[in-house]
Write a protein of this length. Structure first.
Length: 94
């Protein structure tokens, strides 16, 4: 059963402290990474942009991974974002 315009879905975002505990655990530019994640998803781990589709905290393009549904796991999403950052800097997030 699909949603119509009269239905709403609860969106649960990580708190800034929860996001920081995951994002800043890696050796990258923590402040920049926090700003990117907030801009991309407002720290909503289940965020989806169907234009890509781009998924999760860092709005990772689903073609970057073999199992896209895992991108909704904030720990996995941050790990993939970190790998992208290591290889391409902030270029994936214009």
């Amino acid at each position: 059963m699909g949603l119509d315009n009269s239905q709403s879905v609860a969106v649960v975002a990580l708190t800034p402290d929860e996001a920081a505990s995951i994002i800043c655990a890696l050796p990258w530019e923590c402040d920049s990474a926090m700003r990117v994640a907030y801009c991309e998803s407002r720290f909503v781990a289940e965020a989806t942009n169907p234009a890509g589709p781009y998924l999760g905290l860092f709005q990772i393009w689903d073609r970057h991974v073999q199992e896209p549904w895992l991108l909704y796991d904030p720990f996995y999403n941050v790990q993939i974002a970190y790998q992208l950052w290591l290889s391409r800097g902030w270029q994936p997030w214009p």
